[in-house]
Every structure is written in structure tokens, then in C-alpha cells.
Design a protein around this ligand. Structure first.
Ligand code: AMP
Length: 190
């Protein structure tokens, strides 16, 4: 996939996993997002643990990634679905547990309503596992009403030994704790 020549857009992607090593899948996906063509990971939220909401199986690990990307929204969705497939995502039935779920929440100020893609994601404001991590990376997008609407949903921050600031990616130990934060070099991920 070639990155098109266009102005970069700030986009937000919600990550969720509740099968296998969910924490590892989410952490590795931050780096995979940074490696998409024409795309840079600008920031990432803390990791959250949430009870399944309109889904089944064990608790989810959730996060939000903030990207700067030159990919069009449909190309970004293609890339997200390819990452889901690489992670072994299967869809045996609606709302089945998933090794990796990636939703495009915001794509700049764009409003898209096609059969395949709706942006902003139509249900993000109903989901604590999007509202809280989105507030970590892009607080201006989340109002007090948004927080209040999801206040009854069970969710907690997963402690990390070391969190990486924006513009950094993590190297992980075998137990998936962050051991070092590496500054993204100019042009990395393009
Ligand atoms: P799911 O199985 O929950 O990951 O839903 C994926 C389906 O939702 C796919 O068919 C997508 O085309 C569609 N979809 C519509 N809008 C979005 C969006 N903003 N982000 C991700 N998938 C979307």
C-alpha cells in the first residue's frame, strides 16, 4: 500500500483484546500502527481493563492510539483490518471474544457515513473503554457529559512499571512490562 500524497490527519484508533495474551497484543499493536505507511504514533493512552460490553468472554485490555497519518480513512480501515487478521482475529459469531479489535474512532474532523465505515465511530460515546483512554490522548474530544454517561461501566487502569510519553515507543520484557522507552526517530514508521 503506497501512502497517498495528502496532508496528514490526526486519527484515533480504539484497541481491544480479550483472548490469548491480550496485553501483549495491545502493546505490540501500538508499534504496528507506528509502522503503517505514512503513519506515526503520536500518543497512546494508558492500558485499561474492562468487563465485556456488548461482547463475551474474559475481561478486555483496552487502549486508544492517536495517529498522524497520510492514509485515507478507507485505507486506514483496510490496514486496521489487516492487523486484526494478522493477530488471528476470527469472527465465528457476532460479538465473539477477539484476539484484537481495532475501531477507527476519529479521523480529523471528518464525518463519514458509508456502508463500510462510519466516522466518528457511532457508539464511541457509549463506551467507557473508549471514552476514558481517548481522554488520555485527546482530552479536548471528551466532555464531562461523555465521562458521566459511562460512569457506571466497570473499568480500571492497568498499572505499568513504566509508561512511555508521547513520541516514544516501548521495548518490552518477557512479562510485557515496559523496560525502555525509545524516541521515534524522524521518519520512522514511514
Ligand atoms: P467489528 O467486527 O466489531 O470489528 O466490526 C467491524 C465492522 O464494522 C466492519 O465491517 C467495518 O467495515 C465496520 N465499521 C464501520 N465503521 C467502522 C469504524 N469506524 N471502525 C471500524 N470498523 C467500522
Amino acid at each position: 500500500m503506497q501512502p497517498p500524497v495528502r496532508e496528514p490527519v490526526t486519527a484515533c484508533v480504539a484497541l481491544g483484546a480479550n483472548l490469548g495474551d491480550a496485553r501483549k497484543a495491545v502493546l505490540q499493536t501500538f508499534e504496528a500502527l507506528n509502522n503503517l505507511p505514512g503513519t506515526r504514533l503520536k500518543g497512546r493512552s494508558r492500558l485499561y481493563r474492562s468487563a465485556p460490553h456488548e461482547a463475551q468472554g474474559p475481561d478486555f485490555v483496552n487502549a486508544v492510539a492517536q495517529l498522524e497519518t497520510s492514509l485515507s480513512a478507507p485505507d486506514l480501515l483496510d490496514a486496521l483490518q489487516a492487523l486484526e487478521a494478522q493477530a488471528g482475529r476470527e469472527r465465528p459469531y457476532v460479538n465473539a471474544p477477539r484476539t484484537l479489535d481495532l475501531d477507527l474512532i476519529l479521523y480529523g474532523q471528518s464525518r463519514i457515513d458509508s456502508p463500510r465505515l462510519q466516522v466518528p465511530h457511532p457508539r464511541w460515546r457509549e463506551r467507557a473503554f473508549v471514552v476514558l483512554p481517548l481522554a488520555d490522548v485527546w482530552p479536548d474530544q471528551v466532555s464531562a457529559q461523555d465521562r458521566a454517561r459511562v460512569a457506571n461501566q466497570p473499568i480500571e487502569v492497568i498499572p505499568e512499571d513504566k509508561a512511555c510519553p508521547f513520541g516514544f515507543v516501548a521495548d518490552f520484557a518477557a512479562d510485557h512490562q515496559v523496560v525502555t522507552c525509545r524516541a521515534l526517530s524522524c521518519g520512522e514508521g514511514r
